[in-house]
Design a protein around this ligand. Structure first.
Ligand SMILES: [Zn+2]
Length: 477
């Protein structure tokens, strides 16, 4: 500021002269500049809601199974092909932690109980969970898809009718695009490392590199690649095959290794893990330190391949799905380890998923500090809708707006994605409105953020124009 006399004098004028001072500073007669009237609260809120409502969203994380598999009820991921399937993921976790006995939950979710017999099993527990994000997403989905306002003993039968009615070819497009205004999804298949989708533009895919570095899962990866693995170099060739074969069609690579370890990966050279890999092939027990060194080496091998193929690296951080298994002392270390990844590999682009809930403030600091740190709100609106609003408000006035991704449904069944995206749009609108109300952003700025954070950032980061062209000519179609 020192030495900039023109800035100083202009500030003085503005400070002392109000709009007359502004006009004088611009060389205009007094009265030539009038302050725009701030919109009334209701106006701003309605305008923002309308903008968020009409903006298409890129869904950056799902576990959806292929529609034709779902229609046949042919996936072990969907236990019963009836209305309970909407509550199977993730609401089963809240049902467990609210006190529903395992046997009751199994009977509720399983195929051996008639759909008409399922409500009495759920009834005592439903009031305990219907207000969580998991519960709200399910109830919203039932409202939008089946026209049922409240799940109850009277309505459960109609929910089942609605469920059956919706389940027909094309229902993924109906649910996701027509009703959810989701432009495209990014699927992390739980069935195979890369799923050759029959709807590749709707269900774009990540390459899962989890089993490339954890385990490693030699059978799942080497079999498809047709490469016999007898040493570490062979395993490197298997990894290379997946990147060469599917890299052009994948949008990213993804790992949820944080369910079994911290994401503190050291760059261990190949020669230090050759013997450990041999032991793994021989099914010899590995010491924990050796296992970690092998995983660490393979993680960086994969990150380098991903970076060569211009694929962002998606990494699970924070909260665990399920119930009764989360070591929070280790989860709390994710953000610190994430900062090391960003620093060590400035050319890799890391997408830290789930806002590292509940440790989202350190993630905002990382996105602010590291050019290669992106934060993804996938799953977050479900875990904690209000924390997600707080996260987004804080993020937008702290870190660059191009590095936040605001939605990923993170579901196996498609129906509750609709409930989740409704929650997300509500939360995004709340966050932007809050920032306007509190005077941190003007309305125009808030409106201008909607498209990038809901759509544009993901399109740029994952190079979706190019991927669309590649996928239109995918060899498996
Ligand atoms: Zn997920």
């Amino acid at each position: 500021m020192f030495g900039n006399s023109s800035l100083w004098s202009r500030r003085s004028v503005i400070k002392t002269g109000g709009t007359a001072g502004l006009a004088a500073a611009a060389g205009l007669p007094a009265g030539a500049i009038t302050r725009p009237k701030p919109p009334a609260h209701g106006d701003a809120r309605a305008t923002i809601e309308q903008r968020v409502e009409s903006t298409p969203i890129v869904d950056t994380h799902e576990h959806l199974i292929e529609e034709e598999v779902r229609l046949k009820g042919g996936s072990r991921r969907i236990r019963a092909n009836d209305w309970s399937c909407l509550l199977s993921h993730y609401l089963d976790s809240d049902l467990t932690t609210c006190g529903m006995p395992r046997k009751t939950l199994d009977a509720f979710l399983g195929p051996e109980t008639e759909p008409s017999q399922k409500w009495p099993l759920l009834e005592p527990y439903w009031p305990r969970v219907r207000h969580t994000g998991y519960g709200q997403a399910v109830e919203i989905a039932m409202r939008r898809l089946y026209g049922i306002d409240r799940l109850s003993g009277e309505t459960a039968g109609r929910v089942q009718q609605g469920y059956e009615h919706r389940l027909k070819p094309g229902f993924y497009k109906t649910v996701l695009q027509d009703m959810g205004r989701i432009e495209s999804c990014q699927v992390n298949s739980l069935e195979s490392p890369f799923s050759e989708s029959r709807q590749p533009l709707l269900l774009m895919q990540d390459i899962s590199f989890l089993g490339m570095h954890i385990g490693p899962d030699i059978d799942s990866y080497a079999g498809k690649a047709g490469i016999a693995v007898s040493d570490l170099q062979d395993w490197h060739r298997v990894i290379d095959w997946w990147f060469q074969t599917y890299g052009p069609y994948a949008v990213a690579v993804k790992s949820q290794a944080a369910y079994s370890r911290n994401i503190d990966y050291e760059d261990v050279p190949a020669e230090q893990v050759q013997a450990i890999f041999k032991s793994r092939l021989n099914h010899d027990p590995l010491a924990n330190a050796d296992r970690k060194r092998l995983e660490d080496h393979l993680f960086w091998y994969c990150v380098r391949r991903a970076t060569e193929h211009e694929l962002p690296v998606k990494i699970h951080t924070g909260y665990y799905a399920g119930a009764g298994t989360m070591p929070l002392s280790r989860v709390a270390q994710n953000a610190a380890a994430a900062s090391d990844l960003c620093r060590v590999a400035p050319n890799a682009r890391f997408v830290f998923m789930h806002i590292d809930y509940p440790y989202y403030e350190p993630m905002i600091a990382l996105a602010k500090h590291y050019a290669n740190c992106y934060v993804d709100m996938c799953w977050a609106w479900l875990m904690s809708p209000v924390a997600s609003v707080n996260f987004l408000k804080q993020y937008l006035v702290t870190a660059p707006a191009n590095k936040v991704l605001t939605f990923g449904g993170d579901y196996i069944p498609v129906e509750p994605v609709l409930g989740h995206v409704v929650l997300a749009r509500k939360g995004i609108a709340r966050a932007l409105t809050g920032l306007v109300d509190e005077g941190w952003l003007d309305l125009e700025s808030a409106l201008s953020l909607a498209d990038p954070i809901m759509r544009g950032n993901a399109r740029a980061l994952f190079n979706l124009d190019l991927k669309t062209r590649k996928l239109q000519a995918a060899p498996w179609l």
